[in-house]
Write a protein that binds this ligand. Structure first.
Ligand code: GDP
Length: 362
């Protein structure tokens, strides 16, 4: 599975957001085969298509695909020097696939701000500086190591040293490496470094209920995000925490009263998903209709491997019906009769929404 680490200064609303996510999430008891840390929550991907498929197939179970969120509390100034539990926090961030950086954009005199005033630009700088300093340390060490290999004439190592040296001034300024727009080849050269500041990042602007418009704090976050290729998701986590506690029926009434189409959390979850370049395909049978996550551009065997490694190893063919065809023709039988059922081979690139049945050898 994929995961997204929630970072930010103390008192910006991380726990409130995390609790709302897990409250509305899928309990760990549904995932007996993974160890879930107490600060991690598995959240179902909101996807109306899954329910439309279930309406047609009427399966015993309907299972969404998921994303894990990890609350990485306590990243403070000085973390990169190992201050507080700094090193541990950085190690935790290193293990995540993407970063959700929560920024306080709400005013509330009852909630202490660590720097005594709400200032998103300066808050973001504090966190980004720590991440950049941690990366700087990584890159400096790597240069020494790779230089030795480069001396023996290794071309890749030479290219790495050259590129690593270009990262130094950027990181020294406290800027993230993702702001450099590296191409695929360059990304491959730095992959082994597992840098924190290349991880896909979104800023979660935590605003007050009435802070979605005409909010200079939110504007400040947007400006910073734009400059470094990050996205912004404005949300009121306090409100989301209240929504998450409601029963389904109350929830729809409440959302309607607030003029909201869906909980704001759904936007956070989806943003995490698209940040990672992920897409969904479905399996649909009488036992279960289920959504699965695969990378955009993944082949049919790779995507089959998400269900089980045997499906990938023994892959023969994929029976595929595009989502729209499946719905339009009211299921597999109808789609077959309309000539919308395809048999695809190992080179097939799975498309978002495909309804697939894999044929495989055991
Ligand atoms: P963390 O330290 O980043 O995990 O922050 P918390 O989630 O514990 O929130 C700190 C305080 O801010 C708590 O008292 C929350 O109730 C409050 N808080 C969180 N989000 C909001 C918000 O959107 N508006 C307001 N007014 N208060 C909030």
């Amino acid at each position: 599975g994929f995961n997204c680490g929630i970072v930010g200064l103390p008192n910006v609303g991380k726990s409130t957001l995390f609790n709302a996510l897990t409250e509305s999430g899928i309990g760990a008891e549904n995932f007996p085969f993974c160890t879930i840390e107490p600060n991690a929550g598995v959240v179902g991907m909101p996807d109306p298509r899954l329910h439309k498929l279930a309406d047609i197939v009427k399966p015993e179970k309907t299972i969404p695909t998921t994303m894990e969120f990890v609350d990485i509390a306590g990243l403070v100034s000085g973390a990169s020097k190992g201050e507080g539990l700094g090193n541990q926090f950085l190690a935790n961030i290193r293990e995540t696939d993407a970063i959700a950086h929560v920024v306080r954009c709400f005013e509330d005199d009852n909630v202490i701000h660590v720097a005594n005033q709400v200032d998103p630009a300066s808050d973001i700088e504090v966190i980004n500086t720590e991440l950049a300093l941690a990366d700087l340390d990584t890159v400096e060490k790597a240069i020494k190591r790779v230089q030795r290999i480069a001396k023996s004439g290794d071309k890749t190592a030479k290219a790495q040293v050259e590129l690593f040296e270009q990262l130094l001034p950027v990181l020294n300024e406290g800027k993230p490496v993702r702001s450099m727009n590296l191409d695929d080849d360059q990304m491959a050269l730095i992959r082994e470094l597992c840098l924190l500041t290349v991880k896909p990042t979104m800023y979660i602007a935590n605003v007050d209920e009435d802070g979605f418009e005409n909010n200079p704090h939110l504007d400040a976050v947007r400006e910073i995000a734009e400059a470094e290729n990050a996205i912004v998701v404005p949300i009121c986590s306090k409100l989301e925490a209240e929504i998450a506690e409601l029963e389904d029926e109350e929830k729809s009434v409440f959302l309607e009263e607030m003029g909201m189409e869906e909980p704001g959390l759904d936007r956070v979850i989806r943003a995490g998903y698209s940040l990672l370049g992920l897409q969904t395909y479905f399996t649909a049978g009488p036992k279960e209709v289920r959504a699965w996550t695969t990378r955009i551009g993944a082949s049919a065997p790779k995507s089959a491997g998400v269900i089980h490694t045997d499906f990938e190893k023994g892959f023969i063919r994929a029976e595929v019906i595009a989502y729209d065809d499946y719905i339009e023709h009211n299921g597999e039988q109808g789609a077959k009769e309309a000539g919308k059922w395809r048999l695809e081979g190992k080179d097939y690139i799975v498309q978002d929404g495909d309804v697939i049945h894999f044929r495989f050898n055991v």
